[in-house]
Design a protein around this ligand. Structure first.
Ligand SMILES: [Fe+2]
Length: 224
């Protein structure tokens, strides 16, 4: 079943789909796209050295958000939920997290844009050890590492609680920084994640890959 896409008039704008209800009672209302707040100033590493005769100057303050990158929801049945999203939205599984008994504990899902590279994951469905079902975190892309660090300093100055970070994920490879919001939710700043085309096959992973980092602090016990 193909769902129509139309322009959103709500805050955030971008593109949206009409409401749809899943077999697991999630109500799906809005996919939005958004352009960057400021141009990428470029860097100098690597052979291309794209920034020449231009001085990099960044300013303290909250990190400008490029867009909502992904949302993580805890569910009671990952496989059934992924089946519904695959049928309705044609999502692809980038990484499937299996427990020793072979059941799926989490799935990292991406959009199927054919040969157009797209984020390693836009959605993650997971069954948490606590059994809790609901929203886990939302992740907002920032332009680069400078904005990730400056945004973190801004939040620290205002007494906000860092939950996990700064580090680099294994699955998706993003540089991440997680924060607690005043209402008990987690939100993430991230930058520099993997892009995949539809050709990339699903990878089967263990829990250690999902929770592991390439660098940075280990996953806090309270995170899941
Ligand atoms: Fe995340």
């Amino acid at each position: 079943m193909n769902l129509p896409i139309c322009r959103a008039v709500e805050p955030g704008f971008g593109l949206r789909i009409p409401t749809a209800s899943s077999s697991t009672s999630w109500r799906v209302r809005n996919f939005a796209t958004r352009s960057r707040f400021r141009p990428d100033l470029g860097g100098t590493p690597g052979p291309d050295r794209p920034r020449t005769n231009a001085f990099k100057r960044v300013s303290p303050g909250p990190a400008p958000i490029v867009r909502l990158g992904h949302v993580v929801l805890s569910v009671s049945d990952v496989s059934r939920t992924v089946g519904w999203w695959s049928e309705k939205f044609g999502v692809l599984v980038s990484d499937d997290i299996r427990l020793p008994d072979g059941t799926t504990a989490a799935s990292f899902l991406r959009c199927d844009r054919g040969s157009v590279p797209t984020d390693h994951h836009s959605l993650i469905f997971a069954t948490l050890p606590s059994g809790r079902v609901g929203f886990h975190h939302a992740a907002f892309e920032v332009i680069d590492f400078d904005d990730l660090v400056l945004g973190g300093e801004h939040l620290v100055e205002r007494g906000r609680e860092r939950v996990w970070g700064v580090g680099r994920h294994l699955l998706g490879s993003q540089v991440f920084d997680y924060w607690a919001d005043p209402w008990g939710n987690k939100v993430e700043h991230w930058t520099d994640g993997d892009l995949l085309t539809a050709d990339q096959a699903m990878q089967i992973q263990g829990m250690d890959a999902m929770t592991g980092v390439q660098w940075g602090p280990a996953l806090p016990a309270t995170f899941l």
